[in-house]
Design a protein around this ligand. Structure first.
Ligand code: EPZ
Length: 422
C-alpha cells in the first residue's frame, strides 16, 4: 500500500531551465558506512535529503553511532567513536539493501559483524556471493541463517589478491572498506569503475588509507593500522542528473544540470547525440536541448558496468525511445528483471515488447496520460518523464520509491516548468 501521495503530471508543457544536482545517493550511503572505520566525528556535505539516507542513518544508530543532520547545509555529522553493537538489525536492513555496506567496515575495524540478509527487490535477486567470496579471500569466516550473516575474522583481515567474477559495485566497495585496515596489500582485479567508487576511495585516503587505482579495473589497497575522521564533499548524482536531462531531451529544453561532471555521463551523452539531442558540456555541468526540427531517432542501448551505459538510466531512456522515430533495442545486462516500467508505458500508448533481457521499442507519435504505478526508484522517475511528454493527465502512485533516491523531485521538475504536483 502506497504511503506517499501520488504525483500528478499534466503533459505537453515545455521543460527548460537550470537545476543543481544533489549529492550522489549511491556514493553517500557508502560514505556513511565507511565512517565506521575512523573512530570520531566525520562530516559529509552535499548529502541528499532522501529516505535512503535517513534509513542508512538509522542503521548506523542501531550500532550505537551518533548521527546528526545539518539540513540547511545538506550535511551529516557521524560520530563513530563509541560503537556499542555489531549487529545491523533485519527490520532496518530489509528497508535498505545498501546497508550491506556496513559489513566491510565492521569487519575491518572490529573483525566481527552480524548483518541481516537484505531482501531482493523488484529489479532482481541481488545476490551477495561476490561480496562473500571477496571478503573470504581476506580471511572472513561466515555463516548465514535465514535472517542474518554472522561474519568474523579472528586475528583480523589479511590483504590478498582478489578477482571479482563480475565488477559488482557493492562488492568492490565492501572489499575496499574491509581492506584498508587489513594486514598487507589487497589487489582488487575486475573492480567496478563507477565514479562513486573513486569518491569512496578519495574519502578513505583522506582518512589515511592507501588506495590507488580506483576508477580503473585494478585497485590496490595497502593496509594501514588506523584511520582518522575527515570531512568529505559527496560527488554529484549522475543518475539524478541524467533523469532531468532526459526531461529536457523529451520536451526540447534547454535543460542544464550543474554540479555534475560530464565524464560521469559520457555514454549517456553519446546516446543523446545519437538520438538527435544536442549536448553541451562544461567541467561541472551538462546542457541538452532539441529544437522542434530535430526529431528523436531510435537507437540501440546495452546497459553495462561503468563506463558503459548505466542500468539506472535504462527506464528513462526507454521513454525517449518510445517517442523516437524508428525502432530501438534495449538490452538490460545488469539486472535480471528491470523492465517493470514497460507494462505501464504500453498502457500509455508505447509500442514495446520484451523478450528475456531485450526490450524492442517502436517509436510512436504520442503517449496518453494514465494512472501508473512506480515499481522501483528509476521506473517511477521514468513514468513521471512519460507523463511530462504525454497528452493529458498522468497519475503516478507508489511515489515513496521516487523519494528514496530523488531529493525534491517534484519541486525541481516544477522549476523547469513542469505542470506537476503531489
Ligand atoms: C549499485 O547496486 C547501485 N546501488 C544500483 O543503483 C546500481 O544499479 C548498481 O550498483 C549497478 O550500477 C547502490 O549503489 C546503493 P552490483 P549494487 O553489485 O552494488 C549481481 C539505483 O537505482 N550481483 O553492481 O547492488 C546483482 O544481482 C540502484 O540507484 C551478484 O550476482 O550492484 C546484479 O544483477 C539500483 N552477486 C549485478 O550483479 C553479488 O555478490 C550488479 O550488481 C553482487 C551483485
Amino acid at each position: 500500500m502506497s504511503n506517499a501521495a501520488d504525483i500528478i503530471v499534466h503533459g505537453g508543457y515545455p521543460i527548460a531551465g537550470t537545476i543543481r544536482a544533489s549529492g550522489a545517493k549511491n556514493s553517500v550511503l557508502k560514505l556513511m558506512a565507511a565512517a565506521i572505520l575512523a573512530p570520531g566525528q566525520t562530516r559529509i556535505t552535499n548529502v541528499p535529503l532522501i529516505s535512503d539516507v535517513t534509513l542508512m542513518a538509522e542503521v548506523l544508530m542501531s550500532l550505537g553511532v551518533k548521527v546528526e543532520f545539518e539540513r540547511e547545509q545538506a550535511a551529516v555529522v557521524i560520530d563513530t567513536f563509541d560503537i556499542t553493537s555489531l549487529k545491523a538489525p533485519a527490520d532496518l536492513v530489509n528497508q535498505i539493501r545498501a546497508s550491506i555496506a556496513v559489513l566491510g567496515p565492521l569487519l575491518g575495524r572490529f573483525h566481527e559483524a552480524q548483518v541481516a540478509v537484505p531482501g531482493g527487490c523488484q529489479i532482481g535477486e541481488r545476490k551477495l556471493d561476490i561480496h562473500f567470496a571477496a571478503l573470504e579471500a581476506l580471511g572472513m569466516q561466515f555463516y548465514t541463517d535465514t535472517e542474518y550473516i554472522y561474519a568474523s575474522a579472528p586475528g583480523g583481515l589479511v590483504g590478498a589478491p582478489v578477482y571479482l567474477r563480475f565488477p559488482s559495485v557493492g562488492a568492490t566497495e565492501n572489499l575496499m572498506m574491509a581492506a584498508v585496515l587489513a594486514r598487507g596489500t589487497t589487489i582488487i582485479d575486475n573492480a567496478a569503475r563507477e565514479p562513486e567508487i573513486a569518491d569512496l576511495a578519495n574519502f578513505l585516503n583522506a582518512m589515511g588509507a592507501r588506495i590507488s587505482g580506483a576508477g580503473s579495473p585494478r585497485i590496490t589497497v595497502e593496509g594501514v593500522t588506523e584511520l582518522t575522521p575527515t570531512d568529505h564533499h559527496t560527488v554529484g548524482d549522475r543518475i539524478e542528473s541524467g533523469t532531468f536531462l532526459v526531461a529536457g531531451a523529451l520536451l526540447g529544453g534547454p535543460v542544464t544540470v550543474e554540479g555534475i561532471s560530464p565524464d560521469y555521463l559520457a555514454t549517456a551523452l553519446l546516446k543523446f547525440e545519437q538520438m538527435g539531442v544536442s549536448v553541451d558540456k562544461t567541467p561541472n555541468s551538462v546542457t541538452v536541448w532539441r529544437d522542434h526540427t530535430q526529431t528523436l531517432k531510435g537507437t540501440d542501448i546495452q546497459t553495462l558496468p561503468f563506463p558503459g551505459f548505466p542500468t539506472d538510466l535504462q527506464a528513462q531512456f526507454m521513454v525517449l525511445a518510445s517517442l523516437s522515430e524508428g525502432g530501438s533495442r534495449i538490452a538490460e545486462n545488469i539486472f535480471e528483471s528491470r523492465f517493470q516500467h514497460v507494462e505501464d508505458l504500453v498502457r500509455m500508448g508505447a509500442d514495446i515488447t520484451t523478450e528475456g533481457h531485450f526490450a524492442y521499442i517502436n517509436g510512436v507519435s504520442k503517449l496518453t496520460g494514465a494512472t501508473v504505478h512506480s515499481s522501483d526508484l528509476r521506473a517511477g522517475a521514468a513514468l513521471v518523464l512519460a507523463g511530462l511528454a504525454a497528452e493529458g493527465e498522468t497519475r503516478v502512485t507508489n511515489t515513496e520509491h521516487i523519494d528514496r533516491g530523488y531529493e525534491n523531485f517534484v519541486s525541481k521538475m516544477q522549476s523547469l516548468g513542469a505542470h506537476i504536483s503531489r
